[in-house]
Design a protein around this ligand. Sequence first.
Ligand SMILES: CC(=O)N[C@H]1[C@@H](OP(=O)(O)OP(=O)(O)OC[C@H]2O[C@@H](n3ccc(=O)[nH]c3=O)[C@H](O)[C@@H]2O)O[C@H](CO)[C@@H](O)[C@@H]1O
Ligand SMILES: C=C(OP(=O)(O)O)C(=O)O
Length: 441
Amino acid sequence: MTDAFVIQGGRDVAGHIYVSGSKNAGLALMAATVLTRGTSTIQGLPDVSDIDAMAQILEHLGAGITKRDDIIQINTTSITTFHVPDRLATRLRASILLLGPLLARYGHAKLSFPGGCTIGSRPIDEHVRGLEALGACVKVTDDFIEAHATQIHAASLNLQVPSVTGTMNLIMAACLAQGITHIHNAACEPEVVDLISCLVAMGAQIEGAGTDHIIITGYSRPLSPCQYKVMEDRIETGTYLILGAICGDPLTVHRCHAKYNTVLIKRLRAVGASIDVLGTSITVHKAKKLLPFDIQTGPYPGFPTDLQPQFMVLLSLGQGKGKITETVYEQRFKQAEGLQAMGANIRVRGQIATISGISNLFGADVVGTDLRATASLIIAAIAARGFSIIRNVNYIDRGYHDLERKLQKIGVDLARVYGGYGIDKTQIEIDFPPPGSVPHE
Ligand SMILES: CC(=O)N[C@H]1[C@@H](OP(=O)(O)OP(=O)(O)OC[C@H]2O[C@@H](n3ccc(=O)[nH]c3=O)[C@H](O)[C@@H]2O)O[C@H](CO)[C@@H](O)[C@@H]1O
Ligand SMILES: C=C(OP(=O)(O)O)C(=O)O
């Protein structure tokens, strides 16, 4: 039974909120440890269920895992299984990131199809084509992906689509592929750069991080374990900046770099929010009037698809008509239904959503459908007048470390109802923490 959030909205948020480590980079770093022999230490990992799921997969493969606070030690000396079964692989999208490392290090990998947010078709053809070019024999059935290679070798790869996890998988495999591998049209996302920095700390030779042409000089021997601190979660940062642009009075987001959210910050300023950057803190004052704006999602450095559902809330409250063109996933407007239930005026036609702003959203009983759609509904509920129930809220636990406490600290009246998916609105006895009762960090 999943949980529900109950939010009493309509008040501004104010104070300080702290960003945790990146889910997507952290998952890649954990997969990278398979390329090593020994114990690596990864610091700064968020306490989210995707990270737990990846740790469980590594344990299933035979790795030793020790977790203390935000530090995980992964000992890969006794990996003996190269098969990730359905019950584990489907728990997260990033399980696919074990395909390249297992193949490169052990010559064999078998994984059931990955899970993750159901926001479109999410193919893996780039991963498969790239690994085949590196010399692997890859079989894809309806149920699993299986790859073998006696010795993988370097190759020149041209991605048709700059897939993030595809690029990561191929970089990791190429680290143990004898010779020089070129990846053209590679993903430039900061999480790919963070993975490369970690691989370099493990002894890999990689050039071109952050560009679309990555050059890996590979050797057919394991990498060395390392200690590495994961980058901050830029999508978590962006989520708070959007919240602040709607109702920050003001909201300061700490432990983040503006450079990872350049496009978002530009858009937030354009809609009327005031944003000041000081070192690794960003202060946002809500817009007096939210001006409408059109956005189009795209690969980095474009507008991140993972922030599109949250941005839709802002346009819902804009003074005019805004348009979102979603170019990455075919089904990433699932938040629209919940926002409409709160009164938003949104028309979805294929990959384009047209939003006519209204002056207020109103609390409603809505259901989360995936990680960022749920984040979008939470922002909307905070901004909305009245009381909202957001059911299926556990999606949030996949990617936001301790979100409810962080929000309570900035003044949000929010309570989690455990196992509350099916609760009747009239049965909830809400016990919101009194404002100001949650101490700042
Ligand atoms: C765990 C993780 O890091 N997840 C992120 C990663 O997902 P993920 O790596 O799964 O996303 P991709 O970059 O692979 O997908 C982007 C686009 O490429 C297409 N595609 C992808 C692979 C492929 O082999 N063929 C193909 O056509 C997809 O259909 C999609 O349209 O990047 C996405 C895009 O920034 C983010 O939304 C996810 O949060
Ligand atoms: C789409 C996302 O995650 P995943 O790729 O793990 O499904 C996300 O983080 O928004």
